[in-house]
Design a binder for this molecule. Sequence first.
Ligand code: NAD
Length: 259
Amino acid sequence: MLKGKTALVTGSTSGIGLGMAKAMAGEGANLVLNGFGDAGEIEATRAGIAKDSGVEVVYSGADMSKPAQIAAMIEEAEARFGAIDILVNNAGIQYTATLEDFPAEKWDAIIAINLSSAFHATRAALPKMRGRGWGRIINTASVHGLVASVEKSAYVAAKHGIVGLTKVTALETAGSGITCNAICPGWVHTPLVQKQIEARAARDGCDEAAATAAMLERQPTKQFVTAQQIAGLACFLCSDAAAQMTGVPIPIDGGWMAQ
Ligand code: NAD
């Protein structure tokens, strides 16, 4: 389905981003991987996807909190592949504390990585996307782009912000062959969430199974969404069937938003 296209997925060395990157490569897209981690493991991931999918896969270690590095990553990808056809703004971090205890530098980091990076990447990728008259921009938001939880001020603000950015991007690109949508997952068991499970178990003095059950209270199915399920939705958004879907925040959340 995506043969001849190029997808850049930020934060794709782990979790949801890695799932989306693998699925898009599986559909034939060339790939730019991005994110942090052990250099040997990242190279093994890169080479593995290239071998399994028969596509070109390159890696950029650009730090999504640094606008100049984001611009350079897009420029390098365009030099290599001509244009980025599919941009997935996915990199994200989490930090939890009440407002009074929230460190200002954590606020700044979350806004930079979870929100501003999508602005910088989108504005850099748009001109060449417009030149091809086709594009898909997918922003990984969250149910926290639509509703709030305590102790997540920066995360909820960033995710509400990215839903707003999604709508503006959709309006400014409407009719150009480019769409922009936001995926809003509920709980997905990735390293980002594992840290929250461990923190909750420590806080509540319980084991990880009990902490997980407590966290899943908000998610009516009481089951985690998987990265593969989110990847399936992202691939659907790249398909012709989704060409008239734009500017939408799409929950994939085990019923969380139905409450
Ligand atoms: P993860 O920790 O498994 O992956 C995060 C990725 O972002 C990694 O590749 C990491 O290296 C990368 N990253 C972090 N800081 C970066 C930086 N400064 N520059 C470049 N890359 C950076 O987490 P995940 O759960 O897969 O999260 C991916 C996205 O999904 C995030 O935007 C997160 O907010 C969102 N999300 C996650 C859940 C969930 O339950 N896991 C739910 C809703 C939304």
